[in-house]
Design a protein around this ligand. Structure first.
Ligand SMILES: Cc1ncc(COP(=O)(O)O)c(C=O)c1O
Length: 267
């Protein structure tokens, strides 16, 4: 199973739970946090059953280009593997809407895409989402799901149906709130001397740790000295070392307090 690294941990854990072997594909700053398909050996592609992707990406905030998706679909068809695209953040954007993999020709032959209501409607923990794509893959998923759980509480399904029917009305204010928080943080973080790519989607900031600190050391320092919790990049895999992740999931007032505390941090 090809698993991006750094990444949301469930992809490689899924491989381990099913006796699969994860092959870690680095997402690097230099490659805009997209897998470098040319660096994956042919022998690995020949043994690949699933390639996990996640764009807009947690934790790096990157989005995927149409060219990248086209290339992945081409390779998946050639080597006959599944592209499982986790699109949980696809509605959490600030400028142009990110792509679904199905905006690329023939993606349906090889792909399944996972969506969640968690981010789009601030319904984290409600445990509701959906999958779309290749009919064989969707029906296989339905077979597994109908045997491992008993479905979501009806009231939550009805709330989900209402949310989806009112997508733009409900989601625009959420996007605007996150954009305001992002603008505030990126402006001040630049002044503080931090290095990062400006996120156009997701509600995170993926920031380089200052020189001479590992990601864990720097996050511990922020917690011990300033009472600020951020996530060390290495928690998302070895290629996350050298970064930390900020979640913009608290109100602007609280973010301003964070900035105030950071202004006196020595590093
Ligand atoms: C990339 C990614 N996929 C999926 C999820 C989980 O979504 P859900 O709440 O629907 O389980 C998250 C939540 O943090 C995530 O970051």
């Amino acid at each position: 199973m090809l698993c991006p690294n750094p990444a949301y941990p469930v992809y490689h854990l899924g491989a381990l739970f099913t006796d699969g072997i994860p092959y870690y594909v680095p997402l690097t700053w230099e490659n805009e946090f997209l897998p470098d398909l040319g660096s994956i050996p042919k022998e690995i592609f020949q043994r690949t059953k699933i390639f996990w992707l996640n764009y807009p990406n947690n934790p790096t905030t990157a989005t995927a280009s149409r060219e990248f998706f086209k290339e992945v679909v081409k390779v998946a068809k050639k080597y006959d593997f599944i592209v499982a695209h986790d699109a949980a953040y696809v509605e959490m954007y600030f400028e142009n809407a990110p792509l679904s993999i199905f905006e690329v020709d023939e993606a349906k032959k090889v792909s399944i895409e996972f969506h969640s209501l968690s981010k789009t409607f601030c319904m984290t923990g409600w445990r509701i989402g959906f999958a779309v794509g290749n009919s064989f893959l969707v029906s296989a998923l339905a077979k597994v799901k109908s045997n491992v759980d008993s479905g979501v509480f009806t009231a939550i399904q009805e709330a989900g149906a209402y949310a989806l029917e009112n997508l733009e009305n409900l989601t625009n204010p959420i996007r605007n709130a996150f954009k305001e928080r992002r603008d505030l943080i990126i402006e001040e973080f630049k002044k503080l001397g931090f290095e990062f790519k400006i996120p156009t989607a997701t509600f995170y900031l993926w920031v380089k740790t200052p020189k001479n600190y590992s990601s864990q050391e720097f996050c511990k320092k922020l917690l011990d000295e300033k009472g600020i919790v951020v996530t060390p990049g290495v928690g998302f895999g070895e290629y996350g070392e050298g970064y930390f992740r900020i979640a913009l999931t608290v109100e602007e007032k609280r973010l301003k307090e964070v900035l105030q505390r950071l202004s006196t941090l020595k590093f």
